[in-house]
Design a protein around this ligand. Structure first.
Ligand SMILES: [Zn+2]
Length: 308
């Protein structure tokens, strides 16, 4: 029995290692989907669909008048996006494309949607997204045709309203959070993710504002959240609270380590031991330690300099 048990353990260990190696290799090399597994779409609420393309998500909303598509992600993702929209709502027009924020890894792809649904499909974004994309002048990213300022706006599409809120500069000063009152859902991209750690060393992230922005999100009236990254499917208010706690924990660990005179490397080891609860989170192995470094540097630069 013991031998069989050990053999089984070895088998599962190998399977785990293989799984890790395989997924890392795919994540590092895939520019194009290797298989259908890299793209999927499914309903996440009444008339709301989530499209996953590799590790990106976007959503589209079907109303009685037509479809509203958020971030088209890339030209290749948008080819799949077209298929998803046409399958979910055959024959319906595309009424608008909405860019959540200015980053091109979410905003590219509208040319493909317009090619299929009409060159005059409006593109909606924050006014500072328009300014940025004008400057960028990338012909693969068509400019917004309607802009929203910091006051936000409510868009009406037949039986469906879409509220666009500006709630802070935690991830660029161009982020529009969408709220769908009918579905009691919000769409939140990049400044919070579903049970995943942050990106690398969180370069340039204003961590105090990031947390403040996540707190402001909780002031909106919603039950479910669709994210741009993280675990598939919608999260809820607890998901946001876990994100807030995660970044707060990183800062608490960094402050304690710095006041105890620990180096950045020592802080990485100490924090990994002190925060085991995040080992199951998305991208933990890839980025958790880098997140600790980012928090350490942020506290050094933004909190210590102020008190001296
Ligand atoms: Zn972004």
């Amino acid at each position: 029995m013991k031998t069989i048990g050990n053999t089984l353990i070895r088998f599962f260990t190998l399977a785990l290692i293989w799984g890790v190696v395989t997924s890392t290799t795919i994540a590092a090399t895939a520019q194009q989907p290797d298989s259908e597994d890299d793209v999927e779409w499914y309903a996440i609420a009444d008339n709301v669909y989530q499209l996953r393309y590799e590790h990106y998500y976007t959503i589209f909303v079907v109303t009685d008048k037509g479809v509203i598509a958020f971030d088209p992600l890339s030209d290749d993702a948008a080819e799949h996006y077209v298929h998803a929209i046409k399958s979910a709502s055959p024959g319906k027009p595309l009424l608008a494309i909405i860019y959540s924020h200015r980053h091109t890894d979410h905003a590219t792809g509208a040319n493909v949607l317009r090619r299929e649904f009409g060159d005059d499909v409006p593109i909606i974004a924050h006014e500072r997204t328009l300014a940025y994309l004008k400057e960028l002048a990338d012909e693969d990213i068509p400019l917004p045709t309607h802009t929203v300022n910091d006051k936000g706006e409510v868009l009406h599409y037949g039986d469906t309203d879409i509220e666009l809120h500006y709630i802070g500069y935690g991830h660029t000063d161009t982020m529009l959070v969408a709220r769908l009152p009918k579905q009691r859902m919000v769409y939140a991209v990049d400044f919070a993710s579903r049970d995943s750690v942050g990106w690398r060393e969180m370069p340039g992230w204003p961590l105090d504002e990031l947390i403040a922005m996540q707190r402001r999100l909780l002031k909106l009236d919603f039950d479910k959240v669709a994210f741009g990254h993280g675990r598939a499917g919608p999260g809820d208010r607890e998901t946001i609270k876990r994100q807030i706690l995660y970044y707060e924990n990183l800062l608490v660990q960094a402050r304690a380590a710095i006041s105890n005179g620990l180096s950045e490397d020592e802080t990485v080891i100490r924090t990994a031991l002190n925060l085991p609860q995040y080992r199951g989170w998305g991208n933990y192995n890839k980025w958790f330690r880098l997140n600790v470094r980012g928090a350490y540097r942020w506290v050094q630069e933004h909190e210590l300099n102020q008190t001296q």
